[in-house]
Write a protein that binds this ligand. Structure first.
Ligand code: M6R
Length: 619
């Protein structure tokens, strides 16, 4: 949700800032803008609505001089004010000498804005951010912090409420950027005689892999000589330096037409890497374990909280965790969780699942759970992000960076991590013998190969996609773990192809939704294994018959060798046989590809679906 880049050093800032923005565009693409401090007392900005390419064309036209060694850039996901040129960041104060970029929401901006307007300041945008530029310009111009950019920024931050990462530069202070964060991400890239700021290390990974992660309510000053971190009250602050252990190629398309195509193809590795290091011969190992075995043993109920695709991973996890641990598991949308007063105590384990680790709804659910003294375990793909930092234990999904807005490889990695949590709990509580946990882990370790095989079977789905791309809607049905897979298939189609899509528990269809079935309506059915669960399979077969009898076009995803289903399938895709609980790891793949191909044949950009952003840092 908004991408932020800053640079200061011996090189021209503009190309580095634009390069960083290209890598952060997944965070928002409503508009983009840059500001450059030229070192001769000037500051210039350029900004354009729409994708980064619009800004680049504008800059190429040469209308603005943007030379200078210090600069910042912003790619926006609009919250306050439409996606227009005037609302694009950076925002400047009335003098045009200070520029500010922002990710987050300033919750008290209306009050500040009214106050500024009453003092004769004219607003030039509809954003919440602009007030920060005015406050900062004033604090730098006069009063106790005059002429001191870091002190001015600290004073402004103390007046702000809400979530923000802010970066500011001033024409009078060339060679310096000041940044601050509260509830929004910010990392520092430590180069050789140069420094970077960004929402995500991907922005500067081509130049340095040495990074520093800022804590809550901290402020950093960067110059080409280094960086200094303090609290908003000016005190020395603790921060964490780390080495980024993936390289540029992981953030590039690597020959694929889109990031999503690449990320779908990477799924066998995402799974294998997520399993790596999480079993040490004695049992399941978590990454950051600040919960003792004794504490895990006392857990008497589990909540999984998450949003979107991560929520679907939790729905799958529920089947496994309950089966292996006999603990009751509730899966809840993070955005609903704290508003209904859930019953939480020290014996409750809340599993927070988030790729980004910065989703505001999930973060607030974590905070609510901790206030009620529940234990929190995070499943997260982003090292050191806020959700794992605020949790008692962490299980990282090592899926690598995911740039496509639609979650694919991180979903499979999250499902895998949910299984690992189930096994870790079963092991701690003794509901499974050690050799049983080992056996399940061994079966799970065979899944990357099954996923790789599945990926080789996808050509028929690609052909089918072109064929159904003009349909009005598509329904998805499943039972047991196939139900959340159906929900995920529908979500992928909605977000990528902008089509009406619904996922249903197949047995629920006859209680209402079957009225939607009409001649030719494509219905994708995820069929359970006839061998693993003959009863469930036969029930689902009846559901397929019911919809086929009413004219639906049945698109059936089934296990290889399942002969019984063929007569009722207008289209049949057979997938490798895998253990019943692990079926989502293969069955989701054709649905990802179906959605991507339908979107492509409709002419949409599958890496950047409209209205969306990769990380949703507002509630
Ligand atoms: O970063 P998170 O896993 O917390 O994100 C949660 C959702 O916003 C995310 O899964 C979203 O639904 C994806 N766009 C789905 O493809």
């Amino acid at each position: 949700m908004c991408g932020i880049v800053g640079y200061t050093g011996p090189r021209q800032a503009l190309p580095l800032v634009l390069e960083g923005l290209r890598r952060l565009e997944y965070r928002g693409y409503d508009s983009a803008g840059v500001a450059i401090v030229d070192g001769e007392g000037g500051l210039s900005t350029a900004k354009k609505a729409g994708v980064l390419g619009n800004l680049e064309h504008f800059i190429d036209s040469g209308d603005v001089a943007l030379a200078g060694l210090t600069g910042m850039g912003h790619t926006r996901w609009a919250t306050h004010g439409g996606p227009t040129d005037r609302n694009a960041h950076p925002h400047t104060d009335a003098t045009g000498r200070v520029a500010v970029i922002h990710n987050g929401i300033i919750e008290n901006f209306v009050t500040i804005r009214k106050d500024l307007e009453s003092r004769g300041i004219e607003m030039r945008s509809d954003t919440d951010t602009e007030v920060v530029a005015h406050l900062l310009g004033q604090a730098f111009a006069q009063g106790p912090t005059a002429g001191d950019l870091p002190a001015s920024m600290a004073a402004v931050c103390r007046c702000l409420e809400g979530a923000f990462t802010l970066v500011a530069g001033h024409a009078d202070v060339p060679g310096m950027l000041v940044a601050a964060r509260r509830n929004s991400p910010l990392v520092i890239g430590v180069g050789d005689g140069e420094m970077f700021l960004a929402s995500d290390v991907a922005a500067f990974i081509a130049h340095t892999r040495e990074a520093v992660e800022l804590g809550q309510d901290q402020l950093v000053v960067i110059t080409s000589h280094g960086y200094e971190v303090t609290s908003f009250s000016g005190r020395e602050a603790d921060f964490k330096a780390f080495h980024v252990n993936w390289d540029l190629s992981a953030a590039e398309k690597g020959g694929y037409p889109t990031f999503m195509d690449k990320e779908i193809a990477e799924q066998p590795h995402a799974l294998a890497d997520t399993l790596l290091g999480h079993f040490d011969g004695n049992g399941i190992v978590l990454d950051e374990q600040r919960l003792g075995e004794d504490e895990l043993r006392t857990i008497d109920k589990v909540f999984v909280v998450a949003c979107g695709t991560a929520f679907h991973s939790g729905l799958i996890g529920k089947y496994a965790i309950e089966h292996w641990t006999r603990l009751p598991v509730e899966v809840e949308l993070a955005s609903e969780f704290r508003y209904r007063d859930p019953v939480l105590d020290r014996e409750t384990l809340v599993v927070a699942v988030s790729q980004s680790g910065e989703t505001a709804d999930t973060l607030e659910a974590v905070r609510h759970a901790r206030r009620q003294r529940a234990r929190v375990l995070a499943i997260c793909n982003t090292n050191g992000s806020q959700i794992p930092r605020e949790s008692d234990a962490v299980l990282y999904t090592h899926a690598g960076p995911e740039v496509g807005v639609a979650a694919t490889k991180t979903f499979l990695a999250q499902v895998t991590a949910n299984y690992l949590v189930g096994l870790a709990l079963a092991q701690a509580r003794g509901t499974k013998y050690r050799d049983e946990v080992t056996r399940e882990f061994e079966l799970l370790s065979e899944m990357p190969a099954a996923v790789a095989t599945t990926l080789t079977l996808m050509d028929p789905i690609r052909e089918l996609a072109a064929d159904i791309s003009r349909s009005k809607a598509v329904l998805f049905l499943g039972r047991h773990v196939g139900f959340p897979v159906a929900l995920e298939g529908a979500l992928k189609l909605k977000e990528l192809a902008y089509m009406h899509a619904e996922g249903f528990a197949a047995g629920e269809l006859k209680h209402g939704p079957i009225a939607l079935i009409e001649e030719g309506l494509p219905v994708v059915v995820i069929t359970p294994s006839p061998k693993a669960d003959p009863m469930l399979h036969s029930k689902l077969l009846s559901n397929i018959r019911e919809i086929q009898a009413r004219g639906a076009r049945t698109i059936v995803i089934a296990e290889e060798g399942d002969d019984t289903v063929a007569p009722f399938a207008d289209f049949l895709l057979e997938l490798p046989r895998v253990p019943k609980l692990f079926q989502p790891l293969v069955a989701t793949i054709p649905l990802q590809i179906l959605a991507a191909e339908i979107a492509r044949s409709r002419g949409y950009d599958i890496d950047k679906p409209r209205n969306l952003a990769k990380s949703v840092t507002v509630e």
